[in-house]
Design a protein around this ligand. Structure first.
Ligand code: ZN
Length: 188
């Protein structure tokens, strides 16, 4: 993806009829100068570019999701969520703003999972539904959820599309970083 030079005195490509310099150019400058977390807080105002999910989520009960939003300066916001659909909900998450697409591609490669496109509302349904299920058993999402949650608009209702747990009950499959003692005591 390249940032093309636009003559500031020609009509803006967004079709507003105003000159570029007095239209989207301003947005672009504002976004360039804004810090990541405040851009992420305003995520809902930036369009979703694409959403991806690891294709093995059904068999494994564990999904890696990428939510990518386009900023007006040709850069992106990305939120990554590791969702345990069987028990713990959002086990891990991180987010970045004002990154070029190459940085996202690099993170996709490093995730070592095969990702396929998923509808944005379905991705919300998986992430927010997973958190809701886990909270019934007093499992809170990963602490960094407080930063990455605006990307999935948690306050807006979501469709309950997926089933969590095994036959409606949590099933814990320990991962390398899980605190076994705390988790089993909560499940009892
Ligand atoms: Zn414009």
């Amino acid at each position: 993806m390249t940032i093309q030079k636009i003559n500031p005195y020609l009509p803006c490509p967004c079709g507003s009829g105003r000159k570029y310099k007095f239209c989207c150019y301003v947005n672009r400058q504002e976004v360039n100068n804004e810090d990541s977390l405040s851009l992420i807080k305003k995520s809902a105002t930036y369009p979703v570019d694409k959403c991806l999910v690891s294709d093995s989520w059904k068999e494994r009960g564990l999904a890696t999701l990428f939510i990518i939003r386009q900023l007006p300066n040709s850069k992106f916001i990305v939120g990554v969520y590791l969702v345990d659909l069987l028990c713990l909900g959002v086990k891990d998450t991180f987010c970045h703003a004002n990154v070029p697409y190459t940085v996202i591609e690099d993170k996709i490669v490093r995730s070592h999972v095969h990702l396929v496109p998923i509808d944005y509302e379905d991705a919300r349904s998986m992430i927010l539904g997973g958190i809701e299920f886990a909270r019934q058993y007093h499992f809170d999402p990963h602490p960094d959820w407080k930063d990455s949650q605006p990307i999935v608009e948690p306050e807006r209702p979501f469709v309950h599309k997926y089933k969590f747990g095994m036959n409606g009950k949590p099933m814990f499959i320990p991962g390398p970083h899980d605190d076994m003692a705390t988790i089993t005591s909560k499940l009892r």
